[in-house]
Structure formats: structure tokens, C-alpha cells
Ligand binder design. Sequence first.
Ligand code: F6P
Length: 474
Amino acid sequence: MPADLVIVANRLPVDRVTQPDGTPGWRRSPGGLVSAIEPVMRANDGTWIGWPGGDGSGEDDLEPFEADGMQLVPIGLEQDEVELFYEGFSNATIWPIYHDLVAKPEFHRVWWDSYVKVNQKFAAKAASLASEGATVWVHDYQLQLVPQMLRDLRPDLRIGFYLHIPFPPAELFQQLPWRRQILEGLLGADLVGFQLPGGAANFVRLVRQRVGHKTHRDLVYLPDGRTVRAGAFPISIDAAGYEKLARTESVVERSAEIRKALGNPRKIFLGIDRLDYTKGIYARLRAFAELIEDGHFDVEDAVFVQVAVPSREQVEQYRILRDDIDRLVGRINGDLGRIGRPAISYLHTSYPREEMAALYSAADIMVVTPYRDGMNLVAKEYVATRTENDGALVLSEFAGAADELRQAWLVNPYDLNGMKSALLEAYRSDDKDLTRRMKAMRKTIQKHDVAAWADSFMTELAAVSHSSHAKTVR
Ligand code: F6P
């Protein structure tokens, strides 16, 4: 049935997996994007187009289906598309460029060709499913060409685009051999949303410099008379939902169980990240280990729980990172651990929301130290679950969340000594200080939740005039 709201994202909210008994099943996809869009979809009765994961066995057996009350339309990727479009251009070209070149990007023309082809596939599917005058909301860096492709196919649509990761300054972006095509792809949207005002400003400046369109503040004027707006819409979480979850009996019990299993230390440090080189996991574990080596505390006093969610495991830089972290954790535990008391409790796995909430509740100090991050929803989830207004957040200045969570201990993840000082201050801080900081951060998160984020994007999109056909979806 044609839909009035179509969400287009590289991933569906569920991943196709093979269960232990060999039968196919579904599992929640990793990452912040999925957690953010799911509530919007439910509220608007939308249709979600995306890749169901897997190893690229094509789309023969993929039929639209309903999961958890959501209409999901899978787009299968062929083996070569997984390699060239997803692992290649999306995650080994765009991802490092958009994250400050934390890793070296690779440029391959065959990767680009596949990116164009897959974007076309997504655009065609969206065009076939959207009702007359519908709203289509395209998400993230894997699909930056879709807005213009879709506009060519369906000029009646209202098209929004949202980038979940940072948009880089011109100095980095212009390394891309296909920089102009990407800017033109994005300009197919009526509204292009970014996490922070800096990203929107980078985009408008690049459009002026590289495409030559006239711009004024957040507006781009196209030669055909259309205008495109660029704006900042910092993404958030379902704060009330997390708070409620943290208060449920089973989560409270599980949280106590986790503390006990860790030997009831004075303080539990926690890191939860996709295993990604942008997240700064290596440096943070070193900082923690050095605090023990320096004698500030002992493995009886403190433990660091690091959850590393498996991610993009076929991409070389991610494999290297995994080996590096494995070695570092082994070395730290070998050097500093005692029987039954490892310095670092390292878990290479993903957990359901309930277990995450129990971990957040059990942790005294949440450590979020990316070198660059669009937002970082883990930081916000931690804050939302601290129903007693306790707990400390150590947060990188280079995470989008640092713009809002000013009462965290803000750190520069490149500065190891600075990070050590912040961890130690958080470790030693008194209850009064913790409460003051956490109360303020919780207020921020409660006000700016995911519903407010989606509502402000949709309201702005509805306000962009472009076509008398377009219906209004909120
Ligand atoms: O928000 C960044 C993002 O890349 C999303 O687009 C994505 O869904 C998530 O992180 C997880 O990454 P991936 O889909 O590559 O597993």
C-alpha cells in the first residue's frame, strides 16, 4: 500500500541472522540510528526501507514484512555491493573522512560506482512506495545521493535528509574525488539536517564554493527557483522510556547482580561502544590502567567494564582495532589483575536494552571518549537511567553530546594526562557535586528527547515550500 511517510535508511531496525538451529531469524540492528527512528516510525505509521544485513545473498527471498508493528521493506545487497558499497565506499571512504581522518580513507572508483548503483536502488524503491505528495525521510552517509535521484523520479515528494554522523570541514571534504556529486545529491532534499550547527555551516559553505549556488545563512538558492534549507537537529533518545526501564524491578535486580559479580568494588567504570576506531577505546583503557599503575586506586577498588559491540568486521581497520584492543586488554589484565579481579572486564558482544539499562545503573562512572562522534547516544542513555541523580559522565569534547551535556567531565581524548585527571576527579567527587551535575544533565535530556528531535525536523520539513502537491505528515 502506498505510504504517506517513507523512511529510507541503510539498515532496517532488525538484522537477518541464522539461529543456532539453522533457521532464519531477526535481531535488533546495532547503532544509534535505529534507536532514534523507531519511535518516529511507530508514531507516524510509516514504511521503512532498508538493508536487512547479512552477507549479501541478494534479494530473492525478501518480501516486505511487519515486525513489532512496523512496516518493513527489505532491500537485499549482493555480495559485491556489501564489499564495495557498504564496507568500501561507505565505511572505508566516507566514514573516516567525515570523522576527522581518524583512519586513512581509501579512494577506489569501483567503490564509488557501486555507491551510485545502490543509491539508485534505494531511490527507486522509495519512489515506488511513496503515495502522491508523501514525505520521504532519507538517513545517513550511506545514502547521500538518494535525495536528488528521488526528486528526479518523483518531483511531487517532500524530501528530508538527515546525517547522523559529523559533516566535515571543507579542508577534509574536498579530498573526495566525488565531492560535487555528493553535494548535488544532498541538494535534492528540501531540508538537510545535521547534528550540530557547525555541520550545517560546513555544508552551506561547500555548496557555495564547490557547486557555485547562491546561499544566505542556512538557505541555498538553486537555479530552478527551489530553495534548500540546512539546519542543526541534535538527535536524542527516548528518555522517559529509559528512565522507566531503569526503574523496573528486573533491571534493578540485574544491576545489583552485576555489581556483585564484579566483586562489589567501590567504583565501576563503564564504556559501551560499537568496536570502532573513532570511539577512543584504546586510549581510555590505557588511561584507566595508568591510574592503577600510578597507585591512585587498586583492582579491589575499581574495575573497568568495556562492552565492545561487534561492528563492520570485514573492514580492515576494524580488524586491526580488534586485535589491538584484544592485546591491550590481555596485557593490562596480565600485568595488573589478581585472581578473580581483572582490571578490565571486556565483553565483545551486543546486549538488549534491558541489560544495557542494568549496566548503566550499575556503573558509577560512564566513560565516553570518541575522537569524533556525531552525537553519541550512549552518553544520553546513561544520563536518562540515573534516576537517583548520581553517577558521573566523562565525555569527549568531540562528541556532539558535549554541546548539550555541559556538566559532564569534558575531556580531550588525545590528551592522556587530561583524561587521567578527569577520570580521577570523577572517581573522587562527592555526592553533592555528582547530584548537581546529573540533575542538570537529566533535565536537558528529558526536555530534548527523541520525540522533540523528530518533531522539530518534521515541522521544519513541512514548512519548506516546494510543491503544492505535498501532504503534511507530523
Ligand atoms: O549512526 C551511524 C551509523 O553508521 C548508522 O548509519 C548505522 O546504522 C550505525 O551507525 C551502525 O553501523 P552499521 O549499520 O554499519 O552496522
